[in-house]
Ligand binder design. Structure first.
Ligand SMILES: C[S@@+](CC[C@H](N)C(=O)[O-])C[C@H]1O[C@@H](n2cnc3c(N)ncnc32)[C@H](O)[C@@H]1O
Length: 212
């Protein structure tokens, strides 16, 4: 699926991690998305890129009645997402794809990214893709580790290399032309399962899509 030699750029790397441990990043929804969900009208169409086992999409569908799509390249992660998606009366679609090359022919009301680990040039494409797949007036909610996480007094978690962490300025630049963008450096206490647990340096972006 990818030419990159880096292990974490390959679905196999993630399959092995998810096979070893179910609910690798928790079974509860991402805390930042919980804070932002009030912006979405009932029955919104929401997509998550790098959705993993689908914990946040499952919650948006179950608790809020949104129509959700979980995209990830790990078959093992998506097998768990499928268990949630199969619950009766949920509108929950699963897509196995590499988000670096995925080109959907439709749009959503909102897009979510939480802790997706891409390299700098891959992220530029991700930002363009997010702008393309969200309808004008829709929302993008995104959270990543900041490079400071590796050098400051934070707990050990997240990518092992700074180039998979995301500088605040990069995100601000990427969304500068959108209708509205709030991009914040946050020192957060994460409580999202065994591997996202403790003090963390993150960047959180809330973007209203469409030309400013
Ligand atoms: C740290 S996990 C976060 C999962 C989920 N967003 C969450 O917060 O629980 C990163 C996820 O991104 C997926 N991923 C990484 N690179 C990807 C790519 N190029 N295309 C699709 N999924 C990718 C991995 O399979 C993994 O499930």
């Amino acid at each position: 699926m990818s030419d990159s030699p880096r292990p974490s750029s390959q679905p196999d790397f993630w399959d092995v991690r998810y096979e070893r441990e179910r609910h690798l990043f928790g079974a509860e929804p991402n805390a930042f998305v919980q804070e932002e969900v009030h912006r979405l009208p009932t029955g919104s169409e929401v997509v998550e890129l790098g959705a993993g086992e689908g914990r946040t999409m499952a919650w948006l569908a179950q608790k809020h009645g949104h129509h959700v799509t979980a995209v990830d390249f790990s078959e093992t992660a998506l097998a768990t997402a499928r268990e949630w998606a199969d619950a009766p009366a949920l509108s929950f679609e699963i897509v196995q794809a590499d988000v670096r090359t995925w080109q959907p022919d439709r749009q959503w009301d909102a897009a979510v990214v939480t802790f997706l680990q891409l390299l700098p040039d891959e992220r530029q494409r991700l930002y363009d893709s997010l702008k393309n797949i969200v309808r004008p007036g829709g929302w993008i909610f995104a959270e990543w580790f900041r490079p400071t996480h590796l050098t400051g007094t934070y707990d050990r978690m997240g990518p092992s290399r700074a180039d998979r962490m995301v500088p605040v300025e990069e995100v601000r630049r990427a969304f500068a032309d959108e209708r509205r963008a709030s991009v914040k450096a946050v020192d957060a206490k994460l409580r999202e399962g065994p591997h996202l647990n403790g003090e963390a340096a993150v960047v959180r972006a809330t973007v209203r899509a469409g030309a400013s």
